[in-house]
Structure formats: structure tokens, C-alpha cells
Design a protein around this ligand. Structure first.
Ligand code: SME
Length: 172
């Protein structure tokens, strides 16, 4: 559904989530508050987002779960495990239409069929977190979903990256 505004500009649902997140985080300098807000807005905006959350780099090569919405998530994911680990290790988006085709996938929930994991990278090149979105639907995510998640993560990396890197033991 699109909304036509006075000037004839059409906002897609993806545009609207992005604008809402931008507005909410406009003056926000706290990284955890930012992650929690992003996760809440995304999770409730799209019916096919069944688990939406961040894993944070807490020491070199190691992720721990951060703010999330959905069922129980695994607590720890080393960089050499899971789809999240692959995103963190390679600093590239992992768009996985069928998780069963990726043997390294960690099944926190047996109902998950597809997922997208996007790294959050600091300007200095460190992956400070990954944003993981899982769906019970097969091949649930389209190009608009991936573009939205990448755009949000890019902004987060720019804004919070260096402050977060400075606080991760062994990373700076
Ligand atoms: N899907 C992830 C594991 C995390 S949970 O699904 C919440 C992975 O394989 O990295």
C-alpha cells in the first residue's frame, strides 16, 4: 500500500519505515537504544519478519545477541558459525532464500525457512554487529527488503561505528 501526499510523492511501506526510524533516531546517540528502536520498527512493519534482531561483536570474532523481537534467539555466535557469522566474517550481506541449503545455518527456530543478515560496519572497516531477519516463509525477502536493511545498517555504521569500536575489547 502506498500513500500519496500533497505534493504527489508516493511513499512505499519501506520508505515509511525508513522515515520513521530516521525521525526516531534523529537525536539519539545511544547505540543500544538505536538497535532496539530499529528492531521494533522493522519487526512490526512487515508480516514476513518473524524474528528480527541484532547480534553484536563483543570481542574479536565473536557475536552475542542484542535487542531482538520474536522467539528465543541463540545467545552466542562465533564468526566462523552460522549465517550471522558469515555476514560478520565477510562484511557482506547474506541473502538466504532457503536456509536448508546452507549447512552452516544455525536453527534457533525450526520454523525458519529464509533469512537475510546484513553487517553493520564502522567507517574504519570493523563489523560492529549484524542485523538478522528470519522468516518462516520460503524466499520471503525481496530486493526492497534487502535494500532497506542495507541502507539502515549503513547509516548505523556511519553514526555509531567508531564509538562502538572504541568500546569493544581487543578491536580498536
Ligand atoms: N539464523 C542465524 C542464527 C540466529 S537465529 O536464527 C536467531 C544463523 O544461522 O546465523
Amino acid at each position: 500500500m502506498s500513500h500519496v501526499h500533497g505534493l504527489g510523492m508516493v511513499h512505499t511501506p519501506h520508505d515509511e519505515v525508513r522515515l520513521r526510524i530516521d525521525g526516531l533516531l534523529k537525536d539519539e546517540d545511544d547505540w543500544v537504544t538505536a538497535m532496539a528502536t530499529v528492531v521494533c520498527e522493522l519487526h512490526h512493519a512487515f508480516d514476513h519478519f518473524h524474528w528480527t534482531g541484532f547480534y553484536r561483536t563483543v570481542r574479536p570474532e565473536h557475536l552475542k545477541v542484542g535487542p531482538y523481537q520474536g522467539g528465543h534467539g541463540c545467545l552466542d555466535i562465533p564468526f566462523d558459525q552460522g549465517i550471522c557469522g558469515a555476514a560478520a566474517r565477510t562484511a557482506t550481506t547474506q541473502d538466504v532464500p532457503d536456509v536448508h541449503a546452507r549447512p552452516e545455518h544455525i536453527a534457533c527456530s525450526s520454523s525458519t525457512n529464509s533469512e537475510v543478515v546484513v553487517p553493520v560496519t564502522s567507517p574504519s572497516g570493523h563489523v560492529i554487529a549484524v542485523l538478522d531477519v528470519d522468516s518462516d516463509d520460503p524466499a520471503a525477502f525481496d530486493g526492497d527488503d534487502v535494500a532497506l536493511l542495507e541502507s539502515i545498517c549503513s547509516t548505523l555504521g556511519e553514526r555509531y561505528g567508531e564509538a562502538v569500536v572504541a568500546r569493544i575489547p581487543g578491536l580498536a
